[in-house]
Design a binder for this molecule. Structure first.
Ligand code: FAD
Ligand code: A2P
Length: 421
């Protein structure tokens, strides 16, 4: 009698990058099922407990938490191994893993247990990762983690301006921070961590909150050691219940001259290409406009120095009154940036999302998708990721492009960057 063959499962194992992690304990505090632990060396994830819910990903101030390796479940890295790491192991060739998982497919019982991942691996080796994990080849080298929790830097507020109409539901602020004599080199697409004063209800310091930098590398004001943020005041939680966000309210209420405790900078992949003929296709909602503003302004400054690539922007907000930077955006020359706005709550108008605007401009989006100099950036609401990727797929396929091949290439070449929260 044939014994049943035990199923070999493929796992997308969640790991923490020991080189970037600042050991702030945020992930361990956040994890709803106690899958994260630490010793004096590293923070680690228990493969047998983690369910991939990603609750820890957004609060992590450095992005160290957002690392995944495709492994055979039987070969998952143990926490003892992870405690000893000084750096993350490389991804083992996906083809080998697919082959190992694929051997099972001759066995009917095993096929029933084969995870979805194993099936996807056969069609698109990178299908488990949605965006690039490498920067554009020509991106400038970023500095990361110059200032950590134990040695943060102090910045001074030199401006705090409301960006949205006072009558609207959304209160978004443009906040300018100056670092004085302290070095704080940044690139467009990077973020910083803010440590709000005070403590949580159980007496612990607040964990750092991450904010995208909204200004170019050479300063909100060129040549100054300053940067800007685009901060939305959180007054309701994701379910719509009243909630006073600790850090966003603190930031939005700051006055000129106040000081702020900052860590970072963070981010080494969501960066813009430096070669002058590269095109930027930018898709954002709400405060996801921050990195797009930084990149656009850097390109505007460089345009004077001969940058020739195209810029195309899709920007979604509830109404025009709630769209951060509406005024300045609409004043940018049409031959510099092709701006497409999508409003979802304009009275008397149908709901329109960025992906709808993309479909309306399908021919031009497809032209950019066909061009190897195009770099795509998506930032804003977590929920937009699916819709935007689906729109890209539809546009690609209706213009004769093989989306799965193109998607893989965009990821490998650092040409598709997603940052949603
Ligand atoms: P908390 O006190 O942490 O949360 C209060 C309650 O509100 C909780 O129930 C929480 O679940 C919920 N909540 C948290 N955030 C939101 C939200 N956005 N909408 C609705 N409910 C929410 N924010 C910006 O404003 N501008 C940025 O440029 C920006 N960039 C980011 C970049 C990255 C890479 C990441 C991961 C996040 C970014 N954020 C940005 C979000 C920011 O880090 C905070 O999460 C946000 O400001 C809420 O923090 P808080 O302390 O005010 O709220
Ligand atoms: P909606 O009116 O449905 O909330 P916010 O103001 O909450 O930051 O959102 C910014 C914009 O993103 C709003 O217009 C919002 O529309 C829109 N939005 C909400 N969900 C999605 C989604 N899944 N894809 C694209 N846009 C979305």
């Amino acid at each position: 009698m044939n014994m049943p063959v035990p199923p070999i499962e493929v796992l997308e194992q969640h790991l923490i990058d020991p080189e970037i992690c600042i050991r702030c304990n945020t992930c361990e505090e956040t994890c709803p099922i106690d899958a994260i632990t630490h010793d004096e060396n590293n923070y680690v994830v228990k493969a047998d407990v983690c369910n991939g819910c990603r609750a820890c990903v957004s609060p992590c101030p450095t992005g160290a938490i957002d690392n995944w390796r495709t492994v055979l479940k039987l070969e998952a890295y143990s926490i003892d191994e992870q405690f000893r790491w000084d750096e993350l192991p490389a991804q083992k060739p996906i083809g080998d893993i697919a082959a190992a998982a694929g051997t099972l497919e001759t066995d009917a019982a095993a096929v029933l247990d084969a995870p979805r991942a194993a099936v996807e691996l056969e069609t698109d080796p990178q299908s488990l990762v949605r965006g690039a994990q490498v920067p554009p080849w020509s991106a400038a080298k970023p500095y990361v983690n110059l200032y950590a929790h134990k040695a943060p830097v102090t910045a001074t507020v030199v401006g705090n301006y409301g960006l949205t109409d006072e009558a609207s539901d959304n209160d978004v602020h443009h906040i300018v921070l100056d670092f004085g004599a302290m070095p704080f080199p940044v690139l467009e697409g990077q973020s910083i961590g803010i440590l709000a004063p005070g403590t949580t209800a159980d007496g612990k310091p607040h964990h750092a909150r991450q904010y995208s930098i909204a200004s170019p590398r050479n300063g909100e004001r060129p040549g100054y050691n300053n940067l800007s943020l685009t901060v939305k005041r959180v007054t309701r939680d994701h379910d719509g219940n009243l909630a006073e966000g600790v850090c966003s309210n603190y930031l939005c209420d700051l006055k000129k001259g106040d000081t702020v405790t900052v860590i970072g900078p963070f981010g080494s992949t969501f960066l813009m290409p430096n070669h002058p003929n590269s095109h930027l296709l930018m898709i954002c909602t709400g405060t996801g406009s921050a990195p797009m503003r930084a990149m656009t302004e850097y390109r505007r400054r460089r345009r004077l120095e001969g940058a020739t690539g195209k810029l195309m922007l899709f920007f979604g907000a509830r109404t025009k009154e709630e769209l951060p930077y509406f005024g300045p955006l609409t004043k940018l020359p049409k031959d510099f940036i092709d701006t497409n706005l999508a409003f979802s709550r304009t009275p008397g108008q149908p709901k329109r999302y960025v992906q709808d605007a993309m479909r309306e401009r399908a021919a031009d989006v497809a032209r950019l998708l066909k061009d190897e100099q195009t770099y795509i950036y998506v930032c804003g609401l977590r929920g937009m990721e699916d819709g935007v990727l689906q729109a890209l797929q539809e546009i690609a396929e209706s213009h004769g492009l093989d989306w799965s091949g193109l998607w893989g290439r965009l990821k490998r070449e650092g040409r598709l960057h997603l940052e949603t929260y």
